[in-house]
Design a protein around this ligand. Structure first.
Ligand SMILES: NC(=O)c1ccc[n+]([C@@H]2O[C@H](COP(=O)([O-])OP(=O)(O)OC[C@H]3O[C@@H](n4cnc5c(N)ncnc54)[C@H](OP(=O)(O)O)[C@@H]3O)[C@@H](O)[C@H]2O)c1
Length: 344
């Protein structure tokens, strides 16, 4: 059994890790932390977990106890993994970080977007960006994984086939993305209140969102050159889900884009390229570790539209984190991740 610690167990990605790991035959959660709920049994806070974690209670983070685990997930705000990861890695514990702490390769760029200096630039050389569809071989050898963000997962998986094949005008990419409210976490905030977010939809951070440099970094690597991206996130009145509508100019109209996408993801267990003409729905991936994609060329023109949907808490966070765990420990990548989407 793999001994697992989770830092940040009361947040939405933390409880989603618990839900997924409850079905994992090779992982055992030994520690789950919360400073505010220390001492409270897990199932008292999350009754959906009753019967799965008897005897497990939240505890205050203790790096010595965490360092006795085989792997520690960080489901915490940015900055927390910076402070603790070095000590855990030195103890031989692998780290899977769901926050943005190690996603950007450039520490200065990170500081610019997160408004504070990077807390562990010396660890960046060890960090592997945990998008299995791109970095599977590197993940196998890693000890520190930076799990991609939710918008970055949906957006990169949608654009990758076009950019890797050198087909799209990489200077004018557009990602028009919608997120459910759980993307903002469980912390109390006026914008996440039912009466503020319900029955309404709005764009935000059009000037520049923190996920922009992360998406740009991934797309730049895929294209092998600088790219230009306009990324506009929106908040929508649903609990879970990301819907990315992606636009790219593909001048060569003779390319069979459906075949291109099907071939790129033919061996990917968690990317589903839908039949030509499809419109994937976020509800089809609710609770599932799946990115569902459809590619369109409206009116046969040169502007290609890719539709890409994920559950922000699963393929966009905790499911992808468990996928990384499986790869890191040499297990079947699909272990514990067989859930179909919750529909209706
Ligand atoms: N929500 C999503 O859809 C999503 C998707 C992808 C990635 N992420 C990323 O995943 C991370 C967690 O997101 P979330 O939505 O689950 O957040 P959240 O709901 O706000 O939960 C944060 C958790 O971290 C703990 N925490 C906060 N400050 C801490 C500190 N200084 N030391 C130790 N623990 C601390 C909190 O518990 P206590 O304060 O009680 O200790 C809580 O359990 C974030 O970095 C987020 O950007 C989120």
């Amino acid at each position: 059994m793999i001994k697992v610690g989770i830092v940040g167990g009361t947040g939405y990605t933390g409880v989603e890790l618990l839900r997924l790991l409850a079905q994992h035959p090779q992982a055992e959660v030994a520690i789950i932390t919360s400073r505010s709920e220390a001492g409270l049994p897990v199932a008292d806070m999350y009754p959906n977990l009753r019967g799965h974690y008897d005897g497990l209670a939240f505890s205050v983070p203790d790096s010595k106890a965490l360092g006795a685990c085989d792997v520690v997930f960080f489901a915490t705000p940015h900055g927390v993994a910076h402070a603790l990861a070095g000590e855990l890695l030195a103890a031989g514990t692998k780290v899977i970080d769901l926050s943005a702490d190690f996603r950007l390769q450039d520490a200065e760029e990170w500081g610019k977007w997160y408004g504070q200096p990077h807390g562990a630039p010396e660890l960046l050389a060890d960090a592997v960006y945990g998008l299995p569809e791109v970095n599977r071989d590197k993940i196998r050898q890693a000890r520190l994984i930076a799990v991609p963000g939710c918008y970055p997962t949906a957006t990169q998986l949608g654009f990758l086939p076009l950019l890797e094949a050198g087909l799209a005008d990489e200077t004018r990419l557009i990602a028009d993305c919608k997120s459910g409210v759980s993307g903002a976490g469980r912390g109390a905030a006026v914008g996440s209140l039912f009466c503020e977010a319900g029955e309404s939809m709005k764009a935000y951070a059009v000037k520049g969102h923190r996920h922009l440099p992360e998406i740009s970094q991934g797309l730049r690597l895929a294209a092998g050159k600088d790219i230009g991206l306009t990324f506009v996130p929106h908040l929508t009145p649903m609990i879970r889900g990301i819907h990315a509508t992606l636009y790219a100019t593909v001048a060569d109209r003779s390319v069979d884009l459906q075949a291109l996408f099907e071939k790129r993801y033919a061996n990917e267990p968690f990317v589903d390229v839908m039949p030509a003409g499809s419109h994937p729905e976020t509800r089809s991936v609710r609770g599932a570790n799946v990115c569902r994609i459809a590619v369109h060329r409206p009116q046969g023109g040169d502007l290609v539209v890719v539709l890409s949907v994920i559950d922000n808490l699963v393929k966009g966070a905790s499911g992808q984190a468990v996928q990384n765990l499986n790869i890191l420990f040499g297990l079947d990548e699909r272990m514990g991740l067989g859930h179909a989407g919750l529909l209706p």
